[in-house]
Design a protein around this ligand. Structure first.
Ligand code: FA5
Length: 332
């Protein structure tokens, strides 16, 4: 029996076959157990002899089982280590990193320029009231921009803001001058999409209010901005314009950064590119916000972030920003 058991255990090639051998020889119904059970029928002389042999056989099988289990465990571990070994000389898998959307990059750049000039960032709601978007900004009640064809209305009082200028009013209402903020954000207009129009686009508003603020301050600020954003040789010019909330109002053009102002296909030969709208805050707007126009004055400006980013990176269609085509986005 011992020999059989030894042979079987030596030949075992897995933990399961070792366990099978244990059950076969030492288990409750095992061969050795059977022999021990049958001891009752032996004579008094035979019993101690058989008992002694049986115990020796059991001890021998047990220690053999123990040993082969240990060997098997090592063997399994070794196999596992080999199977799971990592070859650190293999080239790694490239992790594809995301990147900032070009509009976010453009916005970051604009923000940095104004933060460098001491501006703080203010935010306002995209769902806005007619009061903040039009009335408080001195827009005449018959102004065409109030029309349903230009503005998205929820009801007669609540709209999607068409510009970031309402943030001016919200800031002036709650802040005592001096005020120096920019406010970037989403705007919405019922415009038909084309290469330069999107129904959802982004503006960046600027507002400075203090004692003795003049048109010269506005001009100096925008000059610094244009040189930083488009290049140090950039010049700007003011073109008279009309906005209900500024007086005087102007549209500001920058000398073309492609041709330096000589005229090229980019600026359609004019040497200038349109940059933004601006002006001195209208006294009515200051009054609407509880600021005395006899004591304080201010300037404001508003620019289209999407259009400026297009300009800067040479993007010829605004819709590319919103189509999420990786072939386009990967280029920035
Ligand atoms: C305004 O919205 C004024 N609030 C700007 C302003 C602020 C003037 C403070 C004075 C003082 P305007 O309607 O021109 O102005 O729009 C400003 C810019 O928004 C445009 O020059 C353009 O760059 C951008 N814009 C307007 N509509 C769209 C559109 N549908 N898609 C993309 N950009 C647009």
């Amino acid at each position: 029996l011992q020999e059989d058991a030894e042979k079987e255990i030596m030949l075992a090639d897995s933990m399961e076959t070792i366990e099978k051998a244990r059950v076969k020889y030492l288990g409750k119904k095992g061969e050795l157990t059977e022999i021990l059970r049958g001891m009752g029928s032996l004579s008094a002389e035979e019993r101690p002899i058989v008992g002694k042999i049986a115990n020796e056989v059991r001890a021998a099988i047990e220690s053999l089982l123990e040993e082969s289990k240990k060997t098997m465990k090592n063997k399994v571990l070794q196999q596992q280590l080999e199977a799971e070994a990592i070859d650190i000389t293999m080239p790694g898998k490239q992790v594809k990193l995301g990147k900032k959307h070009p509009l976010t990059q453009g916005l970051d750049e604009l923000k940095n320029i104004f933060i460098g000039m001491g501006f703080k960032i203010a935010e306002g709601p995209e769902v806005e009231t007619v009061y903040y978007n039009f009335d408080a900004l001195n827009a005449p009640s018959n102004h065409p921009s109030r029309d349903m064809t230009d503005t998205f209305y929820f009801n007669k009082d609540v709209i999607l803001r068409t510009q970031t200028s309402p943030v001016q009013v919200r800031v002036m209402e709650r802040t005592k001058p001096p005020i120096r903020i920019i406010s970037p954000g989403r705007c919405f207009r019922n415009d038909t999409p084309d290469a330069t129009h999107s129904p959802m686009f982004h503006q960046l508003e600027g507002l400075v209010v203090d004692k003795g603020i003049t048109l010269g301050d506005l001009k100096g600020t925008l000059e610094v901005f244009a040189k930083e954003f488009l290049g140090s040789n950039t010049e700007i010019k003011f073109r008279p314009h009309y906005f209900p909330f500024t007086e005087p109002s102007a549209e500001i053009d920058a000398s073309c950064f492609k041709c330096g102002g000589d005229g090229c296909s980019f600026c359609k030969g004019s040497g200038w590119i349109e940059l933004l709208g601006a002006g001195m805050v209208h006294p009515n707007v200051l009054r609407n916000c509880g600021i005395d126009p006899e004591i304080y004055s201010g300037f404001a400006f508003g620019m289209g972030i999407d259009r400026l980013t297009m300009l800067k990176y040479g993007v010829d269609d605004i819709r590319l920003f919103f189509e999420n085509d990786m072939r386009f986005l990967d280029q920035f």
